[in-house]
Design a protein around this ligand. Structure first.
Ligand code: XLS
Ligand code: NI
Ligand code: NI
Length: 435
């Protein structure tokens, strides 16, 4: 059954096209900086927002009644949803999907029943994947919606809940591997605390480290070769989440010895919730060679929540693409549109407008960032700014060949440092010139 009947395959028509259902900048096969746009981005559709979204907010009920969600029994509904997902992927022309276990099919009353359901739907999706040549960028487990996780999932004070999480992770890893998932994500929505009065932070962090290690070991035993990502977020739903931001998460990964297998999945709206810019988070991740993947969306400038709107800020994404290009791309991942329509965007067609806009703004940012790098002034300025570390003594400092007394001798025998301009406005103008 076709759900998007009046919509054909979305084509690249260039910026002068008046057709809103066409790409203006995203041209999948166009080569930029040595790779096609499709290879640079690996765009993925988020199953949960795009196919499960209902338009609910804390003040109002569902507004989005998608036809594939109307069947009464859970199995038919899951099949319809999968049909809609693959029709959408085919028409939008992206190669990838991302999913949580229970986006695919409703969770059962017991874990064993859930496992059966996951088996049924993953068989069905596997057929779709083989037929369409689409792929899974990453899979994950929803260990935050079920009320059993209200006190935490891996960090729950009750061991029987922690064991339940283990069982759920095993099943989610099994279906991700079965569906050829290229990566696996951990987002710890309930891994944190509501109140420190009842929380033993040190125990909870250890339990999280132990469980992630078990999950990794299990997946490797099953032959999974992909990368594990942790997705930082500072809060919401918990008051405080342990994977607060990139720096905190890198520290956690290293503390528990997971750095060989784990990288980061950085989300724009989570960066801003942590009071960081997105390029800050990317810069921290790339400084440790841990930029695994990104969740693309945006927050609202006037409130602090995870509003998950589709990305559209060209200035922000130009700075983003500058960092990604200079890092040589992602470590295993791509760009997942973890974004949802506003609840009053109720036409099926709106799903296309949203993803077209997201792809176009990234494509445009890629083209601009590539011109900036080809022009070279931007990198040259940065190199010159650190040129003193290329002098004999600066080099020795970086090679750890100096002791504090050497710095004393250098500083006291030379004239005091001159003031050197940071040239921020000049660089901001340079970016704008290329936009
Ligand atoms: C929620 C997260 C979630 C993860 C996957 O804020 O972004 O959607 O990406 O569990
Ligand atoms: Ni996300
Ligand atoms: Ni989010």
């Amino acid at each position: 059954m076709a759900y998007f009947k009046n919509i054909g395959k979305i084509k690249f028509e260039g910026r002068n096209s008046d057709n809103p259902l066409s790409f203006k900048y995203y041209n999948a096969q166009q080569i930029v900086a040595g790779k096609t746009m499709a290879e640079h981005f690996k765009f993925a559709v988020a199953y949960w927002h795009t196919f499960c979204g209902l338009g609910i907010d804390p003040f109002g009920f569902a507004t989005q009644f998608y036809p594939w969600n109307q069947a009464k029994d859970f199995k038919t509904k899951a099949f319809h949803k999968a049909d809609a997902a693959f029709e959408f992927l085919d028409k939008i022309g992206f190669d990838y999907l991302c999913f949580h276990d229970f986006d695919l099919i409703e969770e059962g009353p017991t874990q064993l029943e859930s496992e059966k359901r996951l088996e049924t739907i993953s068989d069905y999706i596997l057929d779709h994947l083989e037929e369409s040549h689409k792929k899974v960028l990453w899979g994950t487990a929803n260990c935050f919606s079920n009320p059993i996780y209200m006190n935490g999932a891996a960090t729950n004070p009750d061991f029987s809940v922690v064991a339940r999480v283990g069982a759920q992770l095993k099943m989610a890893l099994d279906i991700t591997i079965k569906l050829g998932g290229e990566n696996y994500v951990f987002w710890g929505g309930r891994e944190g605390y509501m109140s420190l009065l009842n929380t033993d932070v040190s125990k909870e962090l250890d339990h999280l480290g132990i469980l992630l290690t078990m999950a990794k070991d299990y997946a490797r035993k099953q032959g999974f070769r992909g990368t594990f990502f942790i997705e930082p977020k500072p809060m919401e739903p918990m008051k405080h989440q342990y994977d607060f931001d990139a720096s905190t998460t890198i520290g956690f990964i290293k503390k528990y010895g997971l750095e060989k297998d784990f990288k980061l999945n950085i989300e724009i709206n989570h960066a801003t919730l942590a009071q960081h810019s997105f390029d800050h988070e990317l810069a921290i991740a790339t400084s440790e060679n841990m930029l695994g993947s990104i969740d693309a969306n945006r927050g609202d400038d006037q409130n602090g929540w995870d509003t998950d709107q589709f990305p559209n800020n060209i200035n922000e994404l130009t700075r983003t693409m500058l960092i990604i290009l200079q890092a040589g791309g992602f470590q295993g991942g791509g760009i997942n549109f973890d974004a949802k329509l506003r609840r009053n965007s109720t036409d099926l067609e709106d799903l296309f407008h949203a993803h077209i806009g997201g792809a176009d703004v990234f494509a445009r940012a890629l083209l601009i960032a590539d011109s900036i790098l080809q022009n070279g002034q931007y990198q040259k300025h940065r190199e010159q700014r650190y040129a003193s570390f290329d002098t004999k003594e600066g080099r020795k400092f970086r090679a750890k060949e100096l002791v504090l007394e050497d710095l004393y001798a250098i500083a006291t025998s030379n004239p005091p440092p001159k003031s050197i301009s940071g040239k921020q406005e000049m660089l901001e103008n340079l970016i704008n010139r290329f936009i």
